[in-house]
Write a protein that binds this ligand. Structure first.
Ligand SMILES: *[C@@H]1O[C@H](CO)[C@@H](O)[C@H](O)[C@H]1NC(C)=O
Ligand SMILES: *[C@@H]1O[C@H](CO)[C@@H](O)[C@H](O)[C@H]1NC(C)=O
Ligand SMILES: *[C@@H]1O[C@H](CO)[C@@H](O)[C@H](O)[C@H]1NC(C)=O
Ligand SMILES: *[C@@H]1O[C@H](CO)[C@@H](O)[C@H](O)[C@H]1NC(C)=O
Length: 260
């Protein structure tokens, strides 16, 4: 009789535990489902406005406006399905650019150099993994104006022969417009010819033999890789516990039936 009581009490306890765990898991699941707010319908993107408020891109914008390339880019946004991806160097990158001077370029060359900073299609950051399989990639400037992309553990490098730049942040990325900040002005070989051989030993470039996409298990650099969200991890634990307690409940009530 006493043993029966123990079983009943413990089975009630298990039922309570299990239902509260279920309530918890439902709550945390639904909250983790609703966290990525549904993307609102893409607003009209005014590139001039975006670049003037988004960061220190005033030199880039001044060049884009001076050559009317900003209008070419805006037309691509407004009138195509492909959209656009723009690589915006900061003012500081223009200021520190010494090797090939931009001052002696013809207007046509300057236009090409600016269009070299864009791709005539929208690419999310994740798309660069695939894009890096298609090197060399033709830029908005067309023809010989190509860039090579490498993608390793979420880091995107952009090579032009002259330049080994890195995507340093995402300014805007909603189809059809992506604007990414790059840490250098991109210098096309199509204008400046082959780059001079590097005199000092160049700082270790990202090894080209790292297979892109070997993210799982590889000892990647400690970087800005997003870690799996804590909320999904904890809801996983709660679900596991609630399944566990369900089986415990089955076992206990099975034992109870046997006992009775
Ligand atoms: C885009 O933004 C610029 C700067 O804010 C403004 O001068 C221009 O009128 C805008 N163009 C359109 C089409 O809204
Ligand atoms: C730029 O052009 C001027 C004259 O057109 C010339 O004197 C000067 O050396 C050029 N500078 C460079 C860096 O090519
Ligand atoms: C990957 O790139 C190729 C072109 O190089 C394209 O045909 C294919 O659709 C892309 N795949 C994805 C998943 O974006
Ligand atoms: C770009 O990639 C292509 C193909 O892998 C290669 O032939 C070319 O030399 C690369 N160019 C630069 C500037 O790295």
């Amino acid at each position: 009789m006493e043993t029966t009581m123990v079983f009943m009490v413990s089975s009630i306890l298990v039922v309570l535990l299990s239902s509260s765990a279920n309530a918890l898991s439902v709550r945390s699941l639904s909250s983790s489902v609703s966290t990525p707010a549904p993307a609102p319908a893409p607003d009209y993107v005014n590139l001039t406005h975006l670049l003037s408020v988004a960061g220190p891109y005033h030199t880039f914008l001044k060049y884009l406006e001076g050559t009317d390339v900003i209008q070419t880019f805006q037309n691509q946004v407004d009138n195509t399905k492909q959209g656009i991806t723009i690589f915006a160097p900061k003012d500081q990158s223009f200021a520190s650019l010494k090797k090939p001077p931009l001052t002696n370029l013809t207007n046509e060359q300057l236009r090409s150099l600016l269009q070299f900073h864009a791709l005539p299609q929208y690419y999310s950051l994740a798309d660069f993994k695939n894009l890096s399989q298609s090197n060399p990639v033709t830029t908005f400037a067309g023809g010989q104006y190509t860039l090579n992309f490498t993608y390793s553990s979420g880091t995107i490098n952009i090579g032009s022969g002259w330049t080994n730049a890195k995507v340093s942040s995402s300014v805007h990325s909603t189809d059809p417009v992506a604007v990414y900040q790059v840490d250098k002005v991109l210098i096309p070989e199509a204008i400046f010819g082959n780059p001079p051989p590097p005199s000092p030993p160049s700082p270790a470039a990202p090894a080209p033999d790292i297979a892109p996409g070997s993210s799982a298990g590889s000892p990647g650099p400690v970087g800005d890789e997003p870690s799996p969200s804590a909320s999904s991890a904890s809801s996983y634990r709660i679900v596991t516990w609630s399944i566990f307690s369900y089986f415990l409940l089955l076992e206990v009530s099975g034992g109870l039936i046997l006992f009775l």
